[in-house]
Design a protein around this ligand. Structure first.
Ligand code: ASP
Ligand code: MG
Length: 409
């Protein structure tokens, strides 16, 4: 069996879903098809949760109607009947006895529930024997809402049993990005988490391969929105893929590689607009990458800690600082130390303020936000010189083949 994953951009409208059907129908293997929410639905649902939490009913309704209308329109365009073939949910409400994050997960997960229901019914009605799976009942997570941790063992057991029971040959369509707790509440795995779901399912079901269908020709050596003349990387090792993902490359979610590497399952990244193109492959014995790779990581904050009494910070404080960083769910993109300071570059997310407050109790803390981190793998002195020109560089780190620049916007 194989796992296919379709992201939001590839199922953003009826044409995208028709194209998905073409790709799925051409496969001679049993397929597990993992799907994201349509287009920018997740962003809209995030705005909806925020409006509801603030009691702004009018804005909430406006956001909901837009999401709802787009789904109804797509259902009609696909020749299906809303509320006959696909039953759409009513506008969600906010439970003030729950945390924001708990509400978020119940509501934002609706995007994936809706997209997969539409797709499963469309496939079924158009010649592809399909089963719809409600993954929150199968992919068990803890209750860390918005950042839920998957219980691999339990989930693998349930999912394998479900797969073995299903009729063959067949296609299962299910949701990426979401899971569920023991108590039956939905959770999410972190934004852009559908790739991770696909990798987990590949691992649990010992898939022959996992394919991520995307709106790019494969893995490129730079973001085509930021740089012209990009080059496709045909092959990449798991190791290089992890490095790339953690540096901020948008192609694959960083958590995707581990479940695949564990079982040596190859990962293909292919263009959904041209299914027969070769795309890129991530696998064990890939040729070394021989072009420079540029990776931008946006919205960074550079935080520098200095011991209040001028003590050496390093030995005593490293574990303390990283404990705080870990507890506040910060994602570190770079670390640098001197005798009396430690600097870390982290994603400037919703957890930063509370982490800063705790760090300030123990250290003299300074920071700069609105920064970008550029990682260049396979750099040369010429490339480095060009990239440093006309830019304010707050920090730079170079090793033999990799340069990292923290740049002021
Ligand atoms: N729909 C979710 C998001 O946009 C998950 C995903 O697309 O991978 O973050
Ligand atoms: Mg998405």
């Amino acid at each position: 069996m194989r796992v296919y994953k379709f992201g939001g951009a590839s199922v953003k409208d009826a044409n995208g879903i028709r194209n998905l059907r073409e790709i799925v129908a051409q496969s001679s293997d049993d397929l597990m098809v993992v799907v994201s929410a349509m287009g920018k639905t997740t962003n809209a649902l995030e705005r909806l949760v925020s409006a509801l939490s603030q009691g702004n009913e009018q804005l909430a309704e406006q956001e909901w109607l837009q999401v709802f209308d787009h789904h109804v329109y797509t259902i009609l365009e696909l020749g299906l009947q809303p509320n006959v073939d696909v039953r759409l949910p009513v506008m969600p409400t906010y439970n003030h006895e729950w945390s924001y994050d708990q509400n978020y997960d119940q509501i934002v997960s609706l995007g994936e529930i809706m997209s997969t229901q539409i797709i499963a019914v469309y496939l079924l009605k158009n010649g592809v024997p399909t089963e719809w799976w409600n993954i929150p009942k199968l992919l068990r997570t803890d209750a860390t809402y918005r950042e839920a941790q998957v219980d691999w063992q339990h989930s693998a057991q349930v999912i394998r049993a479900g797969w073995d029971r299903a009729a063959r040959p067949h296609v299962v369509v299910t949701q990426g990005f979401i899971g569920g707790t023991e108590d039956g509440l939905r959770t999410t795995l972190g934004r852009e988490g559908s790739d991770y779901t696909a990798a987990l399912l590949g691992n649990f079901l010992d898939a022959e391969s996992v394919t991520i269908w995307k709106d790019v020709p494969g893995i490129l050596n730079a973001d085509p929105r930021k740089q012209t003349d990009t080059i496709k990387i045909d092959q990449l090792s798991y190791h290089d893929a992890v490095e790339l993902a953690y540096s901020g490359a948008q192609v694959i979610h960083p958590k995707t590689i581990r479940p695949l590497e564990n079982k040596k399952i190859p990962l293909y990244v292919k263009p959904f607009g041209n299914p027969i193109a070769s795309g890129s492959i991530i696998c064990e014995n890939a040729r070394p990458v021989n072009v420079p790779v540029y990776i931008w990581r946006e919205n960074q904050i550079l935080i520098t800690m200095r011991a209040k009494d001028f003590a050496f910070v390093l030995e005593e404080s490293l574990s303390h600082i990283f404990d705080i960083i870990h507890r506040h769910h910060l994602t570190v993109s770079l670390v640098q130390s001197s005798a009396v300071t430690i600097s870390v570059c982290v994603d400037n997310n919703r957890f930063v303020a509370s982490a800063l407050a705790e760090l300030q109790d123990a250290y003299q803390v300074t920071w700069n936000d609105n920064l970008r981190l550029l990682t260049i793998r396979g750099t040369t002195p010429e490339i480095l010189r060009t990239e440093q020109e006309n830019r304010t560089i707050l920090l730079s780190q170079t090793t033999r083949r990799t340069a990292r620049l923290v740049i002021n916007n």
